[in-house]
Design a protein around this ligand. Structure first.
Ligand code: PLP
Length: 382
């Protein structure tokens, strides 16, 4: 019989963890394997494919396969943190290679790139990647090896056109890598827009419960660079623990639900804050007033993410006082968990940050949205 059945959707793939079951017991959840080493066959072979847990871990297979399916890539790797994932890619660049990165991006990564370049390993230029003209001017054909973008980018939620950036990078024979932590594969699949590598701080939405530090890379191709990254994780040792890999997969199984809820609530919070008399500006790609709204609408499907920022009237002191008064929102760094977080961002980024001092970064969780709005209103009103 002919069937018109479509391939399973992300919600189905995630909920069932691709439908994997344990071959030995039939369990619908795979066991945690803590072993560091594996038996060699009597004839000196490792036919089952594993020998030592720094190179590989059976607990990585399912989250990596699920992420690869969600991103539409060829292969994925989990790492001990988002920083470890990104820096494994940067360390794979040849000495002296030129890379371009955004002016507005996750601050620790920006500092890492700047220090790595200052030490002479690579050359790096930071530009406003939301302007394709600025990006084009910064990319040098034959010299630039990597264009790194983050979209939407911390903490102004600046939006970079992934397809436009991919075209610029590829025309110069460079690769495009995207920090897609904030969008998650539920809202944006950068490989569909031409990206070569996608990175996540899996600490955020992929895990979603503020109890695992992890990172991932996904590649559009299993090629020479990818094999270098596989070797880089193994030899560099930036590996995820077995329990953390299990928890990450457990979180990923509810990713579509959590992201859907966070997007819906963030849109409501952004719209309420846009009308608030004590808010000077709301930065959220889901608002038509945001400079990245049109591009975000093209490359984000199903919502504009759970992250927004507000600029509080009255400057830094008023922003910090607002944060001091919240009761439901938690004053903490990080993002993408089930609980809503608020952070005075300039305080954590420190001197030299491009972040305005009156800005509060909001990570919208999955609580009742009206509770979140009421708590913000009370805190802003004082
Ligand atoms: N990229 C983004 C957008 C982030 O927000 C973070 C952490 O906050 C990172 C990368 C680094 O990830 P991790 O903290 O998992 O090392």
């Amino acid at each position: 019989m002919k069937t018109n059945r479509q391939p399973p959707q992300p919600a189905t793939l995630a909920a069932q963890g691709l439908g994997w079951t344990d071959a030995a017991t039939g369990a619908v959840v795979l066991p945690i394997q803590p072993a560091t080493t594996y038996i060699r066959d009597p004839d000196n072979q490792y036919r089952r494919g594993r020998n030592y847990a720094r190179a590989d871990n059976p607990g990585y297979d399912q989250p990596q396969a699920l992420l690869t399916a969600l991103e539409g890539g060829a292969a994925s790797l989990v790492f001990s943190s988002g920083m470890a994932a990104a820096t494994t890619l940067f360390r794979a660049l040849p000495v002296g290679a030129h890379m371009v990165a955004p002016l507005v991006m996750y601050h620790s990564l920006r500092r890492w790139i700047a220090a790595y370049a200052a030490d002479g390993h690579i050359a790096a230029d930071f530009v406003d990647t939301t302007s394709l003209d600025a990006l084009r001017a910064a990319v040098a054909p034959g010299r630039t090896r990597l264009v790194w973008i983050e979209t939407p980018a911390n903490p102004l939620w600046s939006v970079t056109d992934i397809a436009g950036a991919a075209e610029i990078a590829h025309r110069a024979s460079a690769l495009l890598a995207v920090d897609s932590t904030v969008a998650s594969p539920i809202l944006t699949r950068p490989i569909e827009f031409g990206a070569d590598i996608v990175m996540h701080s899996a600490t955020k939405y992929l895990n979603g419960h503020s109890d695992v530090i992890a990172g991932t890379l996904t590649s559009a191709r299993d090629d020479e660079l990818w094999q270098k990254l596989v070797a880089g994780r193994s030899s560099g040792g930036a590996i995820l623990g077995s329990l953390e890999a299990y928890l990450l997969l457990r979180g990923m199984r509810t990713l579509p639900l959590r992201v859907e809820r966070a997007c819906r609530s963030a849109q409501l919070v952004a719209e309420a804050m846009a009308k608030h008399p004590n808010v000077a500006e709301v930065l959220y790609p889901g608002l038509p007033s945001h400079p990245g709204h049109a591009v975000a609408a093209r490359q984000m499907t199903g919502g504009f993410g759970g992250m927004l920022s507000i600029r509080v009237k009255g400057g830094e002191a008023a922003a910090i006082a607002t944060a001091a008064r919240v009761e439901i929102w938690k004053r903490a760094t990080s993002l993408g968990g089930v609980e809503s977080l608020m952070e005075h961002r300039a305080s954590i980024e420190g001197p030299g940050t491009p972040v305005p001092s009156d800005l509060l970064r909001l990570s919208v969780g999955i609580e009742d949205p009206q509770d979140l709005i009421d708590d913000l209103d009370a805190a802003l009103t004082g």
